[in-house]
Design a protein around this ligand. Structure first.
Ligand code: 3PG
Length: 209
C-alpha cells in the first residue's frame, strides 16, 4: 500500500473524473499513462464508479487511482476491494476515517474549518483535502487555517483549474491539488479525447514552469 507522501510527491496535480462507462475509464487511463501523468481520482458519484476503478487497476496497475467522494464506511470498503490506492472524502467523517485506517488505506478527509481539522487530527491524519477550496475562501483561508496547526498539509480541490492551480501549489504546505477541469465530465461523455489530451499536456507544461 502506497502512502500519501509517496503518491503526491511526484504528482502534484490530480485529475478528478466522473465516469459512467468502463471503456471511457480505460481510454482516460490510457491517455494519462501515455502523457506521463499517472494519477487519477475516480469519484464515487456514479453507480459504475467502483467497477470502473477496478477495471482501470486491473489493466493499468501502475496508474495510481484514488476513490473520490467516499461518503461512508461502506463506500470505503468497496473502494478497498476495487483496489483503490487512496480514498478522498468531501467531509471529515470519523467512521469513514476509522474504516480506512482499519483497512490500511490512506485517506484524505475533507476539511474547511478548524473543528474538522481537529477531528482529523484526532485520528492522526495530517494531510487533508481542503474542500470546496475556492468557495471556502481559497488561499487566504488556507493560510488562516494553517496558522494554528503547524503540522498539517492540504490538498485543495473545488474550483481549481488551469488558471489558479499554480498559486495553490505555491502556497506553503499545499502538497498537491485536484481538479476536474482536465477531465471534464462533458468532454468524457462527448468522447473528446483530443481536448482532454490537450488539457493534460497544458497542465504538464505549466508544472515545468
Ligand atoms: C471534488 O470532488 O473534489 C470536486 O468536485 C472537484 O472540484 P472541481 O470540479 O471544481 O474541480
Amino acid at each position: 500500500m502506497k502512502n500519501l507522501d509517496t503518491i503526491f510527491h511526484n504528482q502534484p496535480v490530480v485529475p478528478i473524473a466522473m465516469i459512467n462507462d468502463i471503456q471511457d475509464g480505460l481510454k482516460l487511463a490510457t491517455i494519462l499513462i501515455r502523457e506521463e501523468l499517472p494519477i487519477l481520482e475516480v469519484t464515487f458519484r456514479t453507480k459504475e464508479a467502483s467497477d470502473i476503478l477496478k477495471a482501470i487497476k486491473d489493466h493499468y496497475p501502475d496508474l495510481t487511482v484514488g476513490a473520490g467522494t467516499v461518503l461512508n464506511a461502506e463506500q470505503a470498503k468497496i473502494a478497498f476491494t476495487s483496489d483503490a490506492d487512496f480514498l478522498v472524502a468531501p467531509g471529515c467523517n470519523p467512521r469513514t476515517i476509522q474504516t480506512a485506517q482499519d483497512l490500511g488505506m490512506p485517506i484524505l478527509p475533507g476539511v474547511n474549518n478548524p473543528s474538522a481539522i481537529e477531528m482529523a487530527l484526532n485520528y492522526n491524519v495530517t494531510t487533508m483535502k481542503f474542500f470546496p477550496a475556492e468557495i471556502s475562501g481559497g488561499i487566504p483561508m488556507i493560510k488562516a487555517l494553517m496558522a494554528p496547526y503547524q503540522d498539517i498539509h492540504f490538498i485543495p480541490t473545488g474550483g481549481i483549474n488551469n488558471e489558479n492551480f499554480q498559486s495553490y501549489l505555491a502556497t506553503e504546505r499545499v502538497i498537491a491539488c485536484g481538479m476536474s477541469w482536465m477531465v471534464d465530465k462533458k468532454l468524457i461523455e462527448a468522447g473528446n479525447w483530443d481536448e482532454i489530451t490537450r488539457r493534460v499536456r497544458l497542465i504538464k507544461e505549466m508544472l515545468k514552469q
